[in-house]
Design a binder for this molecule. Sequence first.
Ligand code: NAD
Length: 254
Amino acid sequence: MSTLTLQEQLLDAAELMQQARQIVALTGAGISTESGIPDFRSPGSIWQLQPPVSYRDFINKPEARQQYWQTRRHLSSQVKEARPNAAHRALADLERRGILLGVITQNFDGLHQDAGNSAERVIELHGTSRAAACTICGARSSITELQERVDAGEVDPRCPACGGFLKAATILFGQRVPEAEITRAKELAAACDLFLVVGSSLKVMPAAMLPRLALNRNVPLIIINLQPTSLDSLADVAIAEKAGLALPKLVEML
Ligand code: NAD
């Protein structure tokens, strides 16, 4: 735990960011909690009572698919109502200033794009909840129509092309992140001159290894996360504060 005050930490972080021209941000569920979408790993989360359905169970167990659609109904209404918060807007501000190479996000809520980050600069490692996808051929379709079919009582909707189960185009636990996304994320981590983590516990792979790629090149690492992460001791600055408070202050100092 740092002995510096928040203001001192922000000054240190701002000094590092002032020298950076190719910033890469890695974001997790924590950047969106202030937009009303709960994360899974914060103390007291519903995940501790009911773990999310894994990919293997979704494919193999009808009751897991039912649980998936039940949980999704709740989460999707939270995501639908959510608007970008000050932390998302601060990252969009970095792009407008021309010093943001890209945002690698573990989130599927689309709030970075809503805040103004251009779609080609946002890498969604865990997919998006704004579309549906087939679990076999990957064909995309409308998630709104799919959810309506499930709500109307359809059980196990299937892909018209190949017969695979349909679900939101997000990555479930145990499902592989597409190679193209991993490659692009690694390229960004290899090209950045500052790596910024916002609202991620850094416990989920492959995202958790990305800051290490930057650290191996002696690139400065700044972490903003409420709970401690495993990389805090290696970070140049680790700020245990709400992203919606700390990040806009930091960007204002540039
Ligand atoms: P995670 O492992 O990245 O943990 C979230 C972290 O954010 C926690 O360590 C917590 O301390 C921190 N945090 C919470 N609120 C914060 C705030 N206001 N400011 C700063 N830090 C804050 O993510 P997870 O919750 O374990 O979720 C696992 C995966 O599930 C994610 O990688 C994502 O794919 C998915 N998920 C996505 C969303 C979304 O799209 N908004 C929401 C929940 C889960």
